[in-house]
Design a protein around this ligand. Sequence first.
Ligand SMILES: NC(=O)c1ccc[n+]([C@@H]2O[C@H](COP(=O)([O-])OP(=O)(O)OC[C@H]3O[C@@H](n4cnc5c(N)ncnc54)[C@H](O)[C@@H]3O)[C@@H](O)[C@H]2O)c1
Ligand SMILES: O=P(O)(O)OC[C@H](O)CO
Length: 517
Amino acid sequence: MLFVYKQTNIPLVAGLVSGLSRPVFFGQVHYSTNLPFHLPNIHLERGPSRLSKINNPCRPREQTRAHSSSLPLLSSHSPSNNNRRISPSSPSFSTSLSSHHHLPPSSKITAKMVSNGTENPSKRHKVALIGSGNWGTTVGKLMAENTSEHPNIFEKDVQMWVYEETVEVDGNPQKLTEVINSKHENVKYLPKIKLPTNLIANPSLVDTVKDATILVFNLPHEFIGNICKQIKGHISPYARGISCIKGVTVTDDKIELISEYIGEHLNIYCGALSGANIASEIANEMWCETTIAYNTPPCDLHAVNSNGHANGNGQPVEEHRDSRGQIIKTPLVPVPQDYPELSHEALRSLFQRPYFTVSMVSDVVGVSLGGALKNIVALACGFVEGNGWNMTAKTAVMRRGMLEIIQFAREFYPETVQEKTLWEESAGWGDMIVSCTSARNWRYSKMAVERGVSIQEIERTELNGQKLQGISTSREVSSFLRARGVEDKYPLFKAVEGILDQTIKLEDIPHLFRKAQ
Ligand SMILES: NC(=O)c1ccc[n+]([C@@H]2O[C@H](COP(=O)([O-])OP(=O)(O)OC[C@H]3O[C@@H](n4cnc5c(N)ncnc54)[C@H](O)[C@@H]3O)[C@@H](O)[C@H]2O)c1
Ligand SMILES: O=P(O)(O)OC[C@H](O)CO
């Protein structure tokens, strides 16, 4: 059954949405308004799942290793607690609205508690962060602030794995981990930002991830293979992941989203966080938005699902699929029910800050590809601007770049990608704009052209250990496209690789674009 409320004047709903300034999606409720004083269109779905029932993809933890990431079959931007349908009469309806929008304390609206098993869990999620660069440390800061504020969901301490190195402090060589833990500052990768004392630098990868139920991956993508090898067998079997990494992995002509790569190699489920996010701005608590794509595995839901079967206890649940739309065959190990449910709400409470607005979606492909491929476009914008061309040329590059990202997603992930993610979310056009106007790939590729040196040289001399993800992503994506004989369909991606290799001249870009019309 489909409920559609158009421009409803139900006071409850009006009150709840009056603070919204952008479209948000949650549950099966879609607010299509972006006007603070207008009422939303609300679409509520109910009734049998569009997914058929299969054997429970989650097995008790002692039975098996878990497997892989997944992607949605449900509507785009499906939901917090994405397999759950809610109706206006459902006890969860009012709570869902309020919990997603952090109603101010003055709100007169009272919401009923949802009976989802999270009210009195006996355990707390332990969060581990793998990576401590510019963005890694920033995300560590905001997560540690949140674990302190949500003691009902998370253990307070956040372990942060640091790739140990020696830094000079007050003229003395010291270990970076020791400096972070004594000064509460990452003097190398995020200087002058005070870090919470419950963000703990740890030089041991295995010790960092020990017993963690939430693993947050945040380091340059070229290191993820080695990281997965090192922690495999040392993580909790029911750990869940979030990848903040912008990149893809390409091996033997196969391309994989980083979240999928992590999922497959560690046999866990992993979602993705990406958006128009400049670490130094967020670390200074300047407001911005981000997008998190996460498909709560059905076996992790505590509540009774729409089919009337309890999840996570061995009864049938809806299937879980990967980014190619394939049913995941190797079962996941469910997160035990004595932990708070890892719903969209719980994840939002780990990442959202007053200065960091989180939009939860289910499109892992759109979020991941938007974040990875825009780095190639940002390099192109830097090249163009360094060459003396201006905003109009950059706009042409951005437009072409977005077309190629969409084309790439359609060509290689047609089963599950939701193109609206790229149009509407921070992880799409938002990230494209910020990356091509103020982020590192743009800034330093511009500098390389202006100085007449290679971008690798600039990375070595100017970035103090930080990495430009666009360089390797360009090579990886080009090699993947070439292996399939389709590189000419992607003239911008091809041009960037050619400029990096000095086989294509910058001035050829307009001609290459014209050929592709
Ligand atoms: N910096 C930003 O503003 C920003 C914003 C959003 C997303 N991102 C993405 O986040 C990811 C991480 O970026 P970042 O800015 O935190 O990193 P960064 O560019 O600061 O990279 C340096 C990090 O790599 C680590 N490192 C160096 N050698 C290593 C090795 N052999 N093994 C493991 N680690 C090693 C360093 O210790 C350091 O932590 C990237 O994919 C990036 O695209 C960055
Ligand atoms: O500084 P960059 O170029 O790595 O980009 C940072 C972020 O991805 C921008 O959203």
